[in-house]
Design a protein. Sequence first.
Length: 90
Amino acid sequence: MLRLNLTNAALSFLDDLPAKQFKQLVNTLFNLLKNPTPQDSSLLKGYPYRRVDFGEYRIVYQVQGEDLQVLIIGKRNDDDVYKKLNRLTK
């Protein structure tokens, strides 16, 4: 099984989530640890990262060796996720 590694951006997003969405997120993260490439995930164009959606949120992540690194978590219909990703990767 992979180890979970959250960036500071992902951790700060978790702090503000309501309990129901937090529980959904944790469930999704545990499922990613078991299967990092689920059927509903996809590669991001121009990046070595994958994304998966849960409810109204999106998780951007990558697998590095034995680690599942979660880079960004944000609203699914909001381009802010990709703006933050651009800032993180540059």
